[in-house]
Write a protein that binds this ligand. Structure first.
Ligand SMILES: *Cc1c(COP(=O)(O)O)cnc(C)c1O
Ligand SMILES: [Zn+2]
Length: 445
């Protein structure tokens, strides 16, 4: 079956397995409401007939749209908002990894997206979908980054956006929303409450709703990170022995070989922080797509990292259940401060199915991870981004990750998003008199 230019076969309820055609349902399984999150299943034979790793390696489109054949859109050539999302750098972080006994550590910096977080991947796909559906206004609830991403991508598409965020969102994220011209509604309540109000408003006013996981295509945008990791691993050097691994930057050209590229390369583990559980579900979805196409030979273990004070998925995984019990969330990492993960069931499944694990980290460990990442790999992450690296540190210490494994740590947001936390991690700068002696006393090299 084929919908226009899309290769979607059907949408499948992750709870009951019921299948729907893509034009039959807009959001969730009608039988299960917001528990009935949908997976998008493609016709992989059709995709394999129109693209492959070699063709993709020749693509000059350095954005998520290089994977258009694997995205749920009719015609991204015209519907994709004109803002460059994705194809973020994958750095060999051999020096940082060596300190942990993980010489094959790589860092993917998704803070390098246009609104400085991973959420741009989902928002780009959802805005493109909104344009194809012909809806006029788009909306989302957000703890900050999803809203900033939607506001930015809606601005690129000249589409009005209404964003619901908790009043407590970091100022930089609210500044982004206002700057991009979104209608910003600060909620006297939590992200979870903003989510429900946004849903009600989208039903009442007919706005297209991007709410994480409720909209089946957020995960489809987020899966592009898994594609990039496996494609970039075919040319990014891994490990301390490689001459370029100090800088970690290698061009596509340098690694091009004569024989056609048949397959991509999957890492052994991917570490990612988890709030709603939509990013980790997206990574898993991307990896499942690649397995179905035969483009990767193994399934990486997904390592979900949660803040100790916001560990609903971790708790369910520990208890061996997909039933998520809500928690009273509190952590410095606002982007993963989630009481009731909206994609929790699938997020627990992603870790179980890939033989991965969940870990928790404290706020102190997150602040230390922010410093180490910035000082030893020059990647400035917001707390929720650095949490993934705090998880790598913990896994290395506990022998969960091994020295011969290729380990990817996904940094999901830029540190300028939350200056208050950065100052907490980095300490205060020193004020001196206008005297050379003061300089001599103050500088320690
Ligand atoms: C949203 C977000 C996460 C967590 O993603 P979920 O899909 O909610 O699990 C992690 N880090 C940053 C920076 C985010 O914005
Ligand atoms: Zn269902």
């Amino acid at each position: 079956m084929r919908d226009g230019n899309m290769h979607i076969a059907y949408l499948e309820c992750t709870l009951c397995g019921e299948r729907y055609s893509a034009d039959q349902v807009r959001y969730v399984c009608p039988k299960h409401g917001d528990q009935g999150i949908l997976d998008t299943i493609y016709d992989y034979k059709e995709i394999a007939a129109s693209t492959n790793p070699q063709l993709l390696s020749e693509s000059r489109d350095l954005s998520i749209w290089r994977y258009s054949e694997l995205l749920p859109l009719e015609n991204p050539r015209t519907s994709a908002p004109p803002l460059q999302v994705g194809w973020t750098p994958l750095y060999s972080a051999a020096r940082l990894g060596a300190k942990l006994g993980l010489p094959h550590l790589l860092i993917k910096d998704d803070g390098r997206n246009p609104t400085a977080s991973f959420k741009d991947r989902a928002s780009a796909v959802v805005v493109a979908k909104a344009r194809e559906l012909g809806v006029e206004t788009i909306t989302t609830a957000s703890s900050g980054n999803a809203g900033a991403a939607l506001a930015g991508l809606a601005a690129a598409a000249q589409m009005p956006a209404v964003i619901f965020v908790p009043q407590t969102a970091p100022q930089a994220k609210v500044a982004q929303l206002l700057m991009f011209g979104a209608q910003v509604l600060l909620i006297k309540g939590t992200y979870d409450q903003a989510f429900d109000l946004c849903l009600a408003a989208s039903e009442e006013f007919g706005w297209y709703c991007r709410n994480t996981a409720y909209n089946p295509y957020t995960v489809e945008g987020k899966k592009t990170a898994a594609f990039e990791i496996c494609e970039q691993l075919t040319f990014v050097p891994v490990g301390a022995k490689h001459p370029d691994s100090q800088s970690g930057v290698v061009t596509l050209e340098a690694q091009r070989t004569a024989s056609p590229l048949q397959k991509w390369r999957a890492p052994d583990r991917i570490f990612v922080s988890v709030g709603d559980g939509n990013i980790i579900s997206g990574l898993w979805k991307g990896l499942r797509d690649l397995s179905a196409l035969g483009w990767i030979d193994k399934m990486p273990r997904l390592m979900g990292v949660q803040a100790e004070g916001s560990a609903a998925c971790y708790n369910a995984w520990r208890a061996g259940t997909e039933q998520i019990a809500p928690v009273d969330a509190h952590t410095i990492a606002d982007s993963i401060s989630v009481g009731l993960p909206r994609d929790g069931r699938r997020a627990v499944r992603a870790v179980g199915a890939t033989n991965g694990a969940y870990l928790t980290v404290t706020d102190e460990e997150i602040l230390a991870a922010m410093r180490d990442l910035a000082r030893h790999a020059a990647v400035f992450a917001e707390p929720a981004g650095a949490a993934a690296y705090a998880g790598v540190v913990k896994a290395a210490r506990e022998g969960l990750a091994k020295s011969d494994e290729t380990v990817v740590c996904l940094i999901t947001g830029n540190g300028l998003k939350d200056i208050a936390s950065a100052m907490k991690a980095a300490g205060e700068a020193r004020v001196i008199e206008l005297e050379l002696d003061e300089v001599r006393r103050a500088v320690k090299l």
